[in-house]
Design a protein around this ligand. Structure first.
Ligand SMILES: *Cc1c(COP(=O)(O)O)cnc(C)c1O
Length: 355
């Protein structure tokens, strides 16, 4: 830290992204990226780009992409907001809608408390039920910005739409953010409710089901008022928050929606197999509706499993939070990657005398 940093940030603890190692090739099951490349249409759009155009700014309105997303989700372009990854939207939402504080589950995306600390937002958390489901009643009538990842991370557990709607309906005077980063892997989207509730903000990303984490593209769907508020913050921060290339690739991705749905269906199929096999090996695996599973095995420490697999060239995620020290989050990769993962887990269990 320099002597120049505003004292407001001296105690700020930044978010820790998952490792992106460069020392060797790993089977990478640690940051919920897709094992599949973007669609051929996205690759074609990139090849067709005229690099000379990079001298020009991107369209600050992202009009072409917004129109396509609006059509895909059955709303108007005025209901769509674009950003440089969806973390950007979450940042804006915590900045914009938290005057009365914020509330979210105690076990969820670990970026939410960081945004609160960044913006000096008073927040409280509600503990999940023992089966990792969200305690719906405790998120009703909260009197604050209410944030819900659905399906939740790092558990993968999803809340039925009816319950999400009950939370939205009970908080008419505060924004309810539904973070749907993983919704394409089996969750029920709240996107259809944006015309019914003016306090609903649905946040989505191209990073997971659309295989474009490196392109940094996120979007939100909401009523016109909330979108205008987000625009105000964006135009006060970085009007060109989505670059030219990414806008083009984003359009091509919407055009090939079927391709991404097919990949998501394959990941769901692989997830079913991995869940069954891990349970057969004695793991506890809550039912996941995301592109990862959250796993625990009696007798096996989460940190140990992470290190042993890393030594064997497989990266999974272990979190420093002591409440989930026994657990690991494992991204669902390609079928052959998961076969390799399961084989190594089997070997480790045998070596530990647990099988
Ligand atoms: C991955 C993720 C995001 C955002 O990712 P971006 O790459 O910034 O779009 C948001 N919320 C949750 C719960 C995530 O897991």
């Amino acid at each position: 830290m320099s002597a120049f940093l505003h004292s407001r940030f001296s105690d700020l603890e930044a978010y820790t992204p998952g490792e992106q190692p460069r020392d060797k090739q790993y089977i990478k099951l640690n940051t919920n990226e897709s094992p599949y490349p973007p669609s051929p249409a996205v690759l074609a759009a990139l090849t067709e780009q005229d690099v000379a155009d990079l001298r020009l700014y991107s369209d600050p309105e992202g009009a072409a992409l917004r129109a396509k997303l609006a059509k895909l989700y059955g709303c108007g372009p005025e209901n769509v907001f674009l950003s440089n990854g969806s973390d950007d939207i979450l940042n804006f939402a915590f900045m914009a809608f938290s005057e009365d504080g914020a509330v979210f589950p105690s076990l969820t995306y670990s970026f939410y408390p960081v945004f609160c600390d960044l913006h000096g937002v008073d927040y409280r958390t509600v503990d999940l039920n023992d089966d990792f489901t969200v305690p719906v009643e405790r998120l009703k009538d909260t009197g604050r910005l209410t944030v819900l990842a659905n399906p939740n991370a790092p558990t993968g557990v999803a809340l039925p739409l009816k319950e999400v709607e009950a939370i939205i309906e009970s908080n008419p005077d505060h924004v309810v953010v539904v973070d749907e980063a993983y919704v394409d892997f089996g969750g029920q989207s709240a996107a259809g409710l944006i015309h019914k509730y003016d306090n609903l903000l649905v946040v989505m990303t191209y990073s997971k089901s659309r295989s474009m984490a490196g392109a940094r593209l996120g979007f939100a769907l909401a009523g016109r008022g909330i979108i205008q508020d987000l625009e105000k913050i964006k135009y006060s921060t970085n009007p060109y928050n989505v670059n030219r290339l990414t806008l083009k690739l984003g359009e091509a991705a919407v055009d090939s929606d079927d391709y991404f749905r097919k990949n998501a269906a394959e990941i769901v199929e692989t997830r079913t197999r991995v869940t069954e096999e891990l349970r057969a090996l004695g793991f506890t695996v809550p039912e996941s509706k995301a592109n990862f599973v959250f796993i625990k095995r009696d007798g096996l420490d989460g940190g140990d499993l992470y290190r042993k697999l890393k030594d064997r060239g497989i990266l999974i995620r272990h979190f420093s939070d002591p409440r989930i020290a026994d657990w690991n989050r494992v991204t669902i990769g390609a079928p052959e990657e998961m076969t390799a993962f399961l084989a190594q887990v089997n070997t480790i269990l045998k070596e530990e005398g647990l099988l």
